[in-house]
Design a protein around this ligand. Structure first.
Ligand code: XUL
Length: 526
C-alpha cells in the first residue's frame, strides 16, 4: 500500500499542497491555490487586505480557512487518494498572528462538515484581521521591547533575533496598546502555522520551535517562553500562548470534519506545523550542520544550519529552531536580483550570458575594485539611505562593475554570516539567478565551498510533507533518520557542481578585510 503524506504551505499569496509517496519516493501530487483569484470575495491584493497606511499589512484568517476547504475539495476532485494519507503537516508564512476568543476551542472541537470552515469559525476571533510579515508599523513597540530586554545584543541572544517590526511580539504589543479591550478578550494567540494546524487537528495546536522563534518571545536556547520577553510585550501573555513543541510532533487524529467531508483517512495524524523557512530547510535537504542554501531572488536569502545556538550580536540575522533539530539561521539581503538587473541596465548589457562573459574578462578580486550596490535601503548591513559607493573602481569600466556587483553581494554574505561560526560545507543555490555559472563560481570562490544548484518547486510544502512522514514514523516507533528520509526528494541538479578555485579563494580571503572597511566607511558617511 502506498504510504502517502500531505504537506500544506499557507503562504502570503497562496495555499499549496504536496503529496508524497514514501515507498516510491515520489511527489505524487502538487497544487497551488492563489488567494486573490480563488477567493476574490476577501478582496485581498497579493494576499494582503488594502489599507490606507502603507506600513500596515494585514490579511484575513477566514481567507486562509476558506482556502483550506477549497484545496481539500480540489484534491478530492483531482482523485488524490486522501483515504490513504497517513499524516498531515504544514508550514505558514512566518510571524503573522491570529487572535482567538473563548469560543474558539469549542468551535474547533465541533467542526460541522455540513457547514464550511468559514461558517464554523463564525464568532471565534477576538481580532478580525491578522497582521502578517510584511507589516512594518511597529517600530515604536520594537524600540520599547528592545529597551526593556537590554538592547540589541541581549534581545538577540535571548530570543534569537533583535526586535523586528514584522515579528509577532511587537505586533501583539501594538494590538494591546491600541485595542486593549479586544486584547483582553483574546484567549489564545496563534501563528498562521499553528492556526492552520488547529483546523486540521480540531483543537488549539502548539507553536513549534521554528516559527516560535520568529516572535521575539521564545527563549532560543531553552525553547520555552521567555518570561522577560512576555512581560516586556503585553500583560497576561503567558495565558494566551499555546505550548511550544517540536514541529511534526503528533497532535492527535485529524478532525472528523476532513474525514467526513473529503474522505481523509480517519486514522491520519495531525501534526505540529512550522514556518515556511524552517520547512524549506527540510524541502531543500539542509539536514547537516554547515549545509547552506542561498536563494537568489528579488532579495537574496542565506539559510544556514548549525548545531549550537549562536546569535548575531549586531542583530542582523535571525536564529530559528530547525525542524530537523539544532538551529537554522535566516539572513535577508534586500539588494538581490533587482540590484543585479539595475547594474545590467545601467551598462546596457543585453542579457545575462553577455553579463557572465564580461565578468569572466576580469580577474577574481577585480584588481581591488569594490562596489557597494545599495540601490535600495539595505537590511544587512542596516543601511537606511540607498546609495552606490565605488572604491578603487572606475565607473566607466563595464566589465569590472559587472564583477563588482557579484563580488560585493557574496562578500557581504560571507562577512555577515560569520557570527554563526560555522564554515559552510555545501551550498545549494536556488532561484532565477542560480542559472548563471559566472555568479555560482563567485559563490564557490568567496565562500570557499562547493556549490550545487537545486531547483525544488514548493520547497516549503515538500518540507511539510516530509515533516508529516517524519512525525508519523516517530509516532509508530520507527526512529527515522532525516538524511535517509529526504534522499531522492531533494537532489541537486546533476552536473551542477562547482568547486572553488584555490587561487581565487586566497584573493577573496584577503579582500574580505578591505570590503568590511569599505562598508564601515560608507555607512559612517551616510
Ligand atoms: C521571514 C519572513 C518571510 C516570511 C515569508 O522572517 O518574514 O520569509 O516567512 O512567508
Amino acid at each position: 500500500m502506498a504510504k502517502l503524506f500531505l504537506g500544506l504551505d499557507s503562504s502570503t499569496q497562496s495555499l499549496s499542497a504536496v503529496v508524497i509517496d514514501l515507498d516510491s519516493r515520489k511527489v505524487v501530487y502538487e497544487k497551488s491555490l492563489n488567494f486573490d483569484q480563488a477567493l476574490p470575495q476577501f478582496k485581498t491584493r497579493n494576499g494582503v487586505l488594502p489599507n490606507r497606511d502603507p506600513l500596515v499589512k494585514h490579511s484575513s484568517p477566514l481567507l486562509w480557512a476558506a482556502a483550506l476547504d477549497l484545496l481539500f475539495a480540489q484534491m478530492k476532485k483531482d482523485g488524490v487518494a486522501l483515504g490513504k494519507v497517513l499524516a498531515v503537516s504544514g508550514s505558514g508564512q512566518q510571524h503573522g498572528s491570529v487572535y482567538l476568543n473563548e469560543k474558539a476551542a469549542e468551535a474547533l472541537a465541533a467542526l460541522d462538515p455540513k457547514k464550511s470552515l468559514v461558517e464554523n469559525l463564525d464568532g471565534v476571533f477576538a481580532r478580525k484581521t491578522s497582521p502578517i510579515w510584511m507589516d512594518s508599523s511597529t517600530a515604536k513597540e520594537c524600540a520599547e521591547i528592545r529597551k526593556k530586554l537590554g538592547g540589541i545584543k541581549f534581545t538577540a541572544s535571548r530570543t534569537g533575533s533583535d526586535t523586528f517590526e514584522r515579528f509577532t511580539g511587537p505586533q501583539i504589543r501594538k494590538f494591546y496598546k491600541t485595542d486593549p479591550k479586544s486584547y483582553e478578550k483574546t484567549v489564545s494567540i496563534a501563528l498562521v502555522s499553528s492556526f492552520m494546524a488547529s483546523l486540521l487537528a480540531g483543537k488549539i495546536a502548539p507553536i513549534d520551535f521554528g516559527d516560535g522563534a520568529g516572535m521575539n518571545l521564545m527563549d532560543i536556547r531553552r525553547k520555552n517562553w521567555n518570561h522577560d520577553a512576555l512581560k516586556a510585550t503585553a500583560p497576561s501573555l503567558v495565558k494566551k500562548l499555546p505550548l511550544l513543541a517540536e514541529s511534526g510532533r503528533l497532535i492527535g487524529p485529524v478532525s472528523p470534519y476532513f474525514v467526513q467531508k473529503y474522505g481523509l483517512n480517519p486514522e491520519a495524524l495531525a501534526t505540529v506545523w512550522t514556518g515556511d523557512n524552517p520547512a524549506s530547510v527540510i524541502g531543500l535537504g539542509l539536514i547537516k550542520p554547515g549545509q547552506v542554501a542561498i536563494s537568489l531572488g528579488t532579495s537574496d536569502t542565506y539559510l544556514g544550519t548549525m548545531e549550537k545556538c549562536q546569535t548575531d550580536e549586531n542583530g542582523e540575522g535571525h536564529v530559528f529552531g530547525s525542524p530537523t533539530g539544532g538551529y537554522l539561521t535566516l539572513i535577508c539581503f534586500k539588494n538581490g536580483s533587482l540590484t543585479r538587473e539595475k547594474v545590467r541596465e545601467l551598462y546596457k548589457i543585453s542579457d545575462w550570458k553577455k553579463f557572465g562573459e564580461l565578468v569572466a574578462q576580469t580577474p577574481p578580486g577585480n584588481n581591488g575594485g569594490i562596489l557597494l550596490p545599495w540601490f535600495e535601503a539595505e537590511i544587512v548591513p542596516r543601511v537606511n539611505r540607498p546609495g552606490i559607493h565605488r572604491y578603487d573602481l572606475d565607473e566607466k569600466n563595464v566589465a569590472a562593475n559587472c564583477r563588482a556587483v557579484f563580488e560585493a553581494q557574496l562578500l557581504s554574505m560571507r562577512l555577515h554570516s560569520q557570527w554563526m561560526q560555522v564554515a559552510p560545507e555545501t551550498i545549494f543555490v536556488t532561484g532565477g539567478a542560480a542559472a548563471d555559472r559566472a555568479l555560482l563560481q563567485v559563490v564557490a570562490d568567496v565562500m570557499n565551498c562547493r556549490v550545487l544548484r537545486i531547483e525544488v518547486s514548493k520547497s516549503a510544502a515538500l518540507g511539510a510533507a516530509l515533516q508529516a512522514a517524519h512525525g508519523w514514523l516517530v509516532a509508530v516507533d520507527k526512529n527515522p533518520k532525516w538524511d535517509k528520509l529526504v534522499a531522492g526528494f531533494t537532489a541537486p541538479l546533476a552536473g551542477s557542481e562547482i568547486r572553488p578555485d584555490k587561487a581565487a579563494v586566497r584573493v577573496y580571503h584577503k579582500m574580505l578585510e578591505k570590503y568590511a572597511a569599505c562598508e564601515d566607511t560608507a555607512i559612517y558617511d551616510l
